[in-house]
Write a protein that binds this ligand. Structure first.
Ligand SMILES: NC(=O)C1=CN([C@@H]2O[C@H](COP(=O)(O)OP(=O)(O)OC[C@H]3O[C@@H](n4cnc5c(N)ncnc54)[C@H](OP(=O)(O)O)[C@@H]3O)[C@@H](O)[C@H]2O)C=CC1
Ligand SMILES: O=C(O)C1=N[C@H](C(=O)O)C[C@H](O)C1
Length: 240
């Protein structure tokens, strides 16, 4: 994703890449020298970017957002898989600078989330199963988007659902539970499908990302929107 973001930002009118970092030396990307992430605090002071866009892992991501808070730089976070304590670090940073975190920067997923909330409210008694499919290199499961969708479901139901991750052996479905299934295969960019079933009918709502460019474009839209906002935590939905 880092590569996608650097390339998209380089091509975008009105945007300038003043700094690119990575853990390992990967050579130049889109003509930009990629520098050592250990140098981030100094580089933020020297280059003075308006905003940092991060797609890495939870541990580096929280270190980067702390560095942004110290340097007064806004942060867009696309990384997924944070623990509760790491989310607290992000919330602390957001007391000093604007921070926008989203598990999925595809606009179609923003629309999917709205439709899912509507469908779950309209069909309160229906069984729900959520399936996500990603490439075989993805580390976190279920995906960040799946967790966001599960929170969306809880937000419109009277009670938080029991999340049942896969099923094995004697495990009949309980009322109100939501089955969650993570598939990892090949080069799949990212698919999320919510199935609602009951009353002799089935409704499936699916989003399929066809290229990682869609996430980079959304993250840059978010970056553009975030610059100049007051300190605080923001969501991709706030940008619409
Ligand atoms: N919000 C959204 O729309 C999207 C979110 N994502 C999320 O973005 C994240 C990154 O995804 P993706 O680009 O596919 O993952 P990759 O594994 O391809 O890249 C991870 C990056 O993090 C770096 N990294 C790994 N470990 C460390 C470390 N300990 N310290 C510093 N840097 C480290 C890697 O550096 P190195 O090159 O040295 O290995 C690499 O640049 C994931 O959490 C994914 O779920 C992905 C797509 C869309
Ligand atoms: O790791 C990925 O690739 C993706 N991760 C995000 C997630 O965990 O939801 C978003 C997208 O589905 C691609």
């Amino acid at each position: 994703m880092g590569r996608e973001v650097i390339e998209a930002a380089t091509d975008r009118q009105g945007m300038e890449v003043v700094l690119a970092i990575n853990r390992t030396d990967v050579g130049p990307v889109a003509g930009h020298t990629v520098e050592d992430e250990a140098e981030l605090p100094r580089l933020l002071d020297d280059r003075d970017p308006d905003v940092l866009v991060d797609f890495t892992l939870p541990d580096p991501s929280t270190r980067y957002v702390e560095a942004c808070a110290d340097a007064g730089v806004a942060a867009v976070i696309g990384t997924t898989g944070f623990s509760e304590s790491q989310l607290e670090v992000i919330a602390d940073a957001a007391e000093s600078v604007p921070v926008l975190r989203a598990s999925n920067f595809a606009r179609g997923v923003m629309a999917l989330r709205r439709v899912i909330r509507e469908a779950v409210e309209t069909l309160p008694e229906y069984d729900i199963e959520l399936t996500e499919t990603h490439h075989n290199r993805k580390r976190d499961a279920p995906s960040g988007t799946a967790l966001t969708i599960l929170d969306d479901i809880d937000s419109v139901r009277d009670e938080a659902a029991d999340r049942v991750h896969g099923r094995e052996g004697e495990q009949p479905r309980e009322d109100g539970e939501v089955g969650v299934h993570a598939r990892r295969a090949g080069d799949v960019t990212g698919e999320h499908e919510l199935l609602l079933a009951g009353n002799h009918e089935i409704l499936t709502l699916t989003h399929r990302a066809e290229s990682r460019g869609v996430f980079a474009a959304g993250a840059l839209d978010a970056a553009d929107w975030l610059v100049g906002r007051p300190a605080g935590e923001y969501d991709f939905e706030d940008t619409i």
